[in-house]
Design a protein around this ligand. Structure first.
Ligand SMILES: Cc1cc2nc3c(=O)[nH]c(=O)nc-3n(C[C@H](O)[C@H](O)[C@H](O)COP(=O)(O)OP(=O)(O)OC[C@H]3O[C@@H](n4cnc5c(N)ncnc54)[C@H](O)[C@@H]3O)c2cc1C
Length: 723
């Protein structure tokens, strides 16, 4: 008999850092996951830039998206949990990782690929004035800002690069090219502590690169003893020698992440010492690769090529370790071909004492780099299991939708199904929460749960808590009692306890901020993670229902819309990683303050959830017996939502929401389709008397709480005119 239940998770593999080796491990994991093992990737940003193409980006030959590996997409392909955060410690005894912005996480097997930081960051003035070449993401952002500012002001930048090795030279040439192409021929100075630059390159490559530096008018300052960095530039030891600069870059070599020294891992000069299997020499369940590791059996310079070559062995060894099998040996090559770009589309080789140069070398480098990145640029087909030969009628029509069903609010049943199932009249007002009077005291009660849209239980709990609170805030009430309902996915008992801890921590963060806490609940195990909360709220005044909107009222909204397409797009690997994270940040924003500010004035109030902006507005119009005019151009959208809508992405619930267009006058477009996009933790939608709306806007502005005017209430039957 076939058992369709998912297998329990028994082992946790954590990949710390989205470096090159881990990106490749995830790619392989997507092809061959290990049943029973859960993978978590931790990285401070949603994207990890590929170094090979950084100089080409600086020179203007590539766009930022060309060199970014989208970790959100990669994690989805690999079925991995992605945590956007920065590790600040590892307790190897307890097998836990401390993170900067959220509670620690556990692991059974840990792999570290966090790269390096740049040297010289401890120079006086560095914190304010030095832009390290590593990590690459912030460096690339700073360069883009410099170019944009220079374009706006017409002022050529003055650049100082500390470090005359290959990285410094390559960056200097790339910057010189970009500035001359932008008609801003700024000053570029390469500052080297020793008496000569490019000491590690062969003589032929060095000659060619020096000729390129001369051509590009990059000034070389050797034997420089940098003492202080300031807004004016780089101060050398001699008092008179101030090198003017408004963009100071460190390319002076590698420095290990300082926090590694506080772990009990054996280090070599600050780098994690690993054996021939890439495993820590003193902690057998910890692996390290790339620049942050030091291979004791075969020390090599810090270069991306080694991280890339280590990836297949790391992949196999992580799987072997998770399944108690023997590990493989990694034997690094002795030397490697360096291809150094020279700003314009040409490059120089450096290997075996030979330095070839020219456009064909650039084309070769471009081909190699593009082939590397091509692995990460596309969505992969997620296979849907074939249906069995014998099956009941009707299954074929539902199967694909079922297999691709959205999580969070996209999994809500439609309003039509609810009305049918609950056997209520179609025009029955369904308010956000039940209002229960007990003597003088009036309370509101609501319950809500979310089917997991990813496997991060802490994040899901936070979002489910905010989502459930939406109904309480929408009634103008203050939450006072919370009960949880949790369904855990199949897990071993220790992982169950861990997940409950994560859920409790995520929920507590939200409820603590609202002055309440979980009083009890119920937890069971099932097919997939689901987290919900039942909440009671206290009313200090009459509840604000859907029913009070009056002609002349102003219609306002407190969050941009588009979470439905963001989640659906992410599931289909089509959402941009940064946009997806911005959508998560928007969902994670509490509405307690917004509710408090609207309370005194709102004539009708609701939170936008599964039925979308149009559906929830229609609910207000039906309950109030009025019509509305909606300014489509003024409805705020999450970044990337329109692009996803234009690409045809729709949430599972969208078609039934869109059926309510029958009560609307609108010209269909991708933008207007977003009015039916189901929202998870959507904003509050309120109607305000025109006379008090300016006061409300000022109150929101004074506490930096966003609010948008999106239309007005008009006289007439329940109907939305979209303009
Ligand atoms: C200008 C320049 C040009 C270069 N060109 C080349 C080249 O052409 N060829 C070559 O082989 N090498 C090149 N290198 C060297 C190359 O950049 C590195 O060797 C390579 O990036 C190392 O890869 P990695 O996997 O170790 O880590 P990285 O690619 O550095 O990735 C580390 C990741 O870990 C994340 N991270 C950092 N700290 C934490 C933390 N505490 N918690 C969680 N995540 C964390 C970072 O954000 C990053 O995403 C160049 C370097 C520079 C500066």
């Amino acid at each position: 008999m076939n058992d369709p239940r998912p297998l329990p998770i028994t082992r946790d593999l954590v990949l710390l850092g989205g470096g090159h080796a881990h990106a490749l491990v995830l790619k392989k994991w997507a092809m061959a996951p290990l049943p029973g093992a859960r993978v978590t990737l931790v990285n401070p940003q949603a994207k990890a830039p590929y170094t090979g193409m950084l100089p080409g980006f600086v020179a203007g030959h590539y766009q930022r998206r060309d060199l970014d590996i989208d970790l959100v997409r990669l994690a989805r392909q690999a079925g991995a949990r992605l945590i956007i955060d920065c590790a600040i410690g590892i307790d190897t005894e307890a097998k836990r990782i401390q993170l900067q912005a959220r509670p620690d996480i556990g692991y059974d097997t840990l792999s570290i690929d966090i790269g390096i930081t740049s040297a010289l960051t401890d120079l006086p003035g560095a914190a304010e004035h030095l832009i390290p070449a590593k990590p690459l993401g912030p460096f690339a952002d700073a360069w883009t800002t410099l170019i944009d500012d220079a374009r706006k002001t017409g002022q050529a930048p003055k650049v100082a690069i500390l470090g005359g090795g290959v990285a410094g030279v390559e960056l200097a040439l790339a910057m010189a090219h970009r500035l001359s192409e932008t008609n801003l021929p700024g000053d570029i100075r390469l500052i080297e502590a020793e008496d000569t630059i490019l000491r590690e390159s062969n003589a032929s490559a060095r000659r060619k690169l020096r000729a390129e530096l001369d051509r590009a008018r990059v000034e070389i300052i050797a034997n420089a003893n940098v003492t202080v960095l300031s807004g004016a530039g780089v101060q050398l030891r001699s008092e008179q020698d101030l090198i003017p600069a408004n963009f100071i870059v460190s390319a002076a070599g590698a420095a290990p992440h300082a926090w590694l020294a506080d772990t009990s891992l054996d280090l070599e000069n600050g780098y994690v010492a690993v054996d021939k299997t890439l495993r820590s020499i003193n902690t057998p369940n910890v692996f390290a690769t790339g620049d942050c590791a030091h291979m004791v059996h075969a020390p090599r310079p810090k270069a991306g090529v080694f991280a890339v070559r280590q990836a297949p062995v790391l992949f196999e060894n992580l799987r072997a370790h998770l399944s108690d099998r023997p590990l493989r040996r990694f034997s690094p090559q002795r030397s490697y071909l360096k291809l150094i770009s020279t700003g314009r589309k040409s490059a120089v080789t450096d290997k075996w004492g030979i330095g070839l140069a020219g456009k064909s070398i650039w084309r070769l480098k471009d081909r190699i780099d593009q082939a590397f990145m091509e692995q990460f640029r596309h969505a992969t087909e997620m296979s849907v299991a074939d249906l069995p030969q014998d099956r009941a009628a009707g299954l074929d029509e539902l199967y694909e939708d079922h297999a691709n069903q959205c999580g969070a609010c996209g999994a809500k049943v439609s309003q039509a199904v609810l009305i049918d199932g609950l056997e209520v009249a179609p025009d029955t007002p369904l308010d956000d929460a039940a209002i229960v009077a007990n003597g003088d005291q009036v309370q509101v009660f609501s319950t809500d749960h979310l089917r997991a849209f990813n496997s991060d239980a802490y994040l899901l709990a936070k979002i489910a808590a905010i989502h459930a609170l939406g109904d309480i805030w929408a009634m103008g009430a203050t939450p006072n009692t919370v009960l949880s309902q949790i369904i855990l996915p199949p897990l071993s008992p220790d992982k169950q306890s861990d997940m409950i801890r994560e859920i409790t921590a995520g929920a507590a963060e939200v409820f603590d901020a609202c002055g309440t806490r979980i009083a009890g609940g119920h937890t069971s195990s099932g097919a997939e993670l689901t987290v919900g909360f039942s909440i009671a709220g206290e009313l200090e005044r009459a509840p604000i229902t859907h029913a009070g909107a009056a002609p002349g009222d102003v219609l306002v909204l407190t969050k941009p819309i588009g979470t439905g397409v963001a989640l659906a797009g992410e599931m289909r690997q089509l959402a941009d990683g940064d946009d997806y994270c911005a959508a998560i940040a928007s969902m994670s924003r509490l509405q307690a303050r917004a509710s408090g500010l609207l309370r005194e004035h709102a004539t009708a109030l609701t939170d936008i959830t599964g039925f979308g902006l149009a559906g929830h507005l229609l609910n207000i119009l039906e309950a109030s017996g009025v019509s509305a005019r909606l300014d489509l151009a003024h409805v705020p959208l999450l970044d990337g939502a329109l692009q996803l809508a234009e690409a045809g992405i729709r949430s599972t619930l969208w078609p039934s929401n869109a059926a309510r267009a029958a009560n609307m006058t609108l010209t269909q477009s991708a933008r207007s389709d977003l009015l039916f996009d189901p929202q998870t933790c959507g904003g509050l939608l309120a109607t305000l008397p025109a006379a008090s709306s300016e006061d409300v806007f000022s109150a929101f502005a004074s506490v930096n709480e966003p609010i948008w005017k999106i239309g007005d209430i008009t006289q007439g039957d329940p109907h939305i005119l979209v303009q």
